[in-house]
Design a protein around this ligand. Structure first.
Ligand code: SF4
Length: 354
């Protein structure tokens, strides 16, 4: 029963944290020279990580990320170097390995003070690839990341993955009262809700609009305008189904509430909205973070390109002739703060968007 509940929460109700036991685990037959990977304890990604490591011999240090995926937890301040230091010290890792290096998920870089981990726990930090399935190749090529390994892909697989996990809770909030009080409306609502969700999640990169909300709204308007047009041609009255028109707008607004933050390398409209309302957190996935986008202080930049390898959406380009980093895709920045945190020269900051 516990396993079933864990599966349901991890796959369909990702708004609720679900963690596994932190601690040091053996993958295969690790020895004192084997690499040490660090992971958060969100059950879904931890299980995927372990599956992707079949055939490897290494140590897996599971730190407490409060049952949330490392990206959201790190950006929200719930998975930091303190959690990693605590995991290193309490697990007895130093007694198991001769080297002093841990490989952290790249997506947790926003929360990690690598100097503190080095000084307080005695371990150097490397940031590994974004995706767990790239780990075997990353390890095989001497812990070197390709550009592709450093970038998060908001591809169809990711969008389908998020479709159920992000929308099931919203669906249930409406579907349960409907099933109790107006059961004859349940089927229609179910069809409308999931049709809108599939439409937005599958087609999001191709929809018109500069923000997630505008893409959702344009989609809703297209459907809303089709309803009175059909009524007019069929019965001569355009507003026979005005209730459906309202329902369409509400459903698209709900499904598209944080579409930009989830489905593309775009700033989250939802987080900006919550920020304006003074709401700091909504579930485990939405939390207030610094708004704006990254800016470079050229005087401080030394061109060591840590930001280039740490940014999951590829904001940074090559060095310019003065050996300073370039930001050709500055607008793609969604203000996760990872590069700001990891720049050893304080050359980067988050500034309001122009
Ligand atoms: S450039 Fe923006 S998105 Fe990229 S790491 Fe820095 S803050 Fe995050």
């Amino acid at each position: 029963m516990n396993k079933l509940w864990g599966f349901i929460v991890a796959y369909f109700l990702r708004w609720f944290p679900h963690g596994l036991e932190p601690g040091l685990r053996r993958i295969g037959n690790p020895g004192p020279e084997s690499p040490v990977l660090v992971s958060g304890n969100f059950s879904l990604t931890l299980k995927r990580l372990i599956r992707s490591l079949v055939g490897q011999d290494l140590w897996l240090l599971v730190a407490n990320s409060r049952g949330i995926n490392v990206w959201c937890a790190a950006v929200g301040g719930m998975f930091t170097h303190h959690n990693v230091i605590a995991a290193i010290k309490t697990s007895g890792l130093a007694d198991q390995v001769r080297h002093r290096e841990v490989i952290l998920p790249q997506l947790c870089a926003a929360g990690m003070d690598v100097k503190a981990i080095r000084e307080e726990a005695g371990f150097q930090v490397r940031f590994g690839p974004v995706r767990a399935e790239d780990l075997p190749a990353y390890l095989a090529q001497g812990k070197k990341k390709t550009d592709a390994m450093s970038r998060f892909r908001f591809d169809l697989r990711h969008r389908l993955d998020m479709l159920l996990s992000n929308n099931t809770m919203f669906y249930l909030i409406v579907a349960i009262p409907l099933a109790i009080f107006w059961p004859h409306r349940l089927l229609a609502f179910t069809l409308l809700f999931w049709a809108a969700a599939f439409y937005l999640y599958l087609l999001f990169p191709y929809l018109p609009g500069k923000t997630g909300w505008s893409r959702s709204l344009y989609s809703a308007l297209a459907v809303v305008l089709a309803i009175p047009a059909a009524d007019f041609f069929r019965a001569g009255q355009p507003f026979l189904h005005y209730g459906w028109m309202i329902a369409v707008v509400l459903v698209f607004s709900t499904v598209g509430f944080d579409a930009a933050g989830i489905l593309a390398a775009m700033p989250s409209d939802a987080e900006a909205f919550l920020h304006r309302l003074g709401i700091k957190r909504l579930g485990s996935l939405l939390q207030e973070k610094t708004l704006g986008r990254v800016a470079l202080d050229r005087e401080k930049c030394r061109g060591d390109m840590i930001c280039y390898s740490i940014c999951p959406v590829g904001v940074f380009g090559e060095l310019d002739p003065d050996k300073k980093i370039t930001l050709p895709w500055q607008n793609a920045c969604f203000a996760c703060g990872a590069c700001v945190k990891q720049c050893p020269h304080d050359a980067l900051s988050l500034q309001p968007r122009p």
